[in-house]
Design a protein around this ligand. Structure first.
Ligand code: FE2
Ligand code: FE2
Length: 173
């Protein structure tokens, strides 16, 4: 089954954010073997804000519209978000970036597809979807901690990945 992108107000705002995030990561990795700290930092901040929008505005609004029942894919999305956020803690490496790209490719599709979570939320919210999309656009920057490369971080990343069914990408070609 092929399905194009959804096009309600929520899907439009959040899919555009995915595209902006993808462009930032491409910029951060434009030079072979180097991760450019400046665009990567912008990517990291923007991605954490994007996740906050989904967890604090989108999923709660959809749950409310379903009389308190979370959308079916909410637990899946939250596990992915946990893995993504964990990968953003340490200073990036090529392995971390490859793993992020892998997770985001599948995750963004689950959200963006014509039968995906964004379309479901646009449907559920109906006339209220446009106002919620405006709130998303206006959502403030989130507080972001500096990178942490401490001794416990590796294990925390591995655990967050394992919980969501992922492992660090292999860079073998
Ligand atoms: Fe997400
Ligand atoms: Fe998203």
């Amino acid at each position: 089954v092929t399905s194009g992108p959804a096009d309600g107000p929520i899907a439009r705002v959040l899919a555009a954010d995915h595209a902006r995030l993808g462009a930032l990561l491409d910029r951060a990795t434009a030079r072979d073997g180097v991760i450019d700290p400046e665009p990567y930092d912008e990517f990291r901040r923007a991605l954490l804000r994007h996740i906050a929008i989904e967890e604090k505005l989108l999923l709660p609004a959809a749950q409310q519209a379903r009389d308190g029942a979370p959308v079916a894919l909410a637990p899946r999305l939250r596990l992915d978000h946990g893995a993504i956020a964990a990968l953003l803690v340490p200073t990036p490496t090529p392995t971390i970036v490859a793993t992020l790209r892998h997770i985001l490719a599948g995750h963004d599709a689950v959200e963006e597809d014509a039968d995906g979570v964004y379309a479901e939320c646009d449907r559920l919210l109906g006339d209220a979807a446009a106002a919620l999309a405006d709130e998303m656009v206006a959502y403030p920057a989130v507080r972001v901690n500096p990178h942490n490369d401490g001794p416990l971080v590796d294990a925390a990343v591995q655990r967050a990945l394992a919980r969501a069914g992922y492992r660090l990408a292999s860079l073998d070609r």
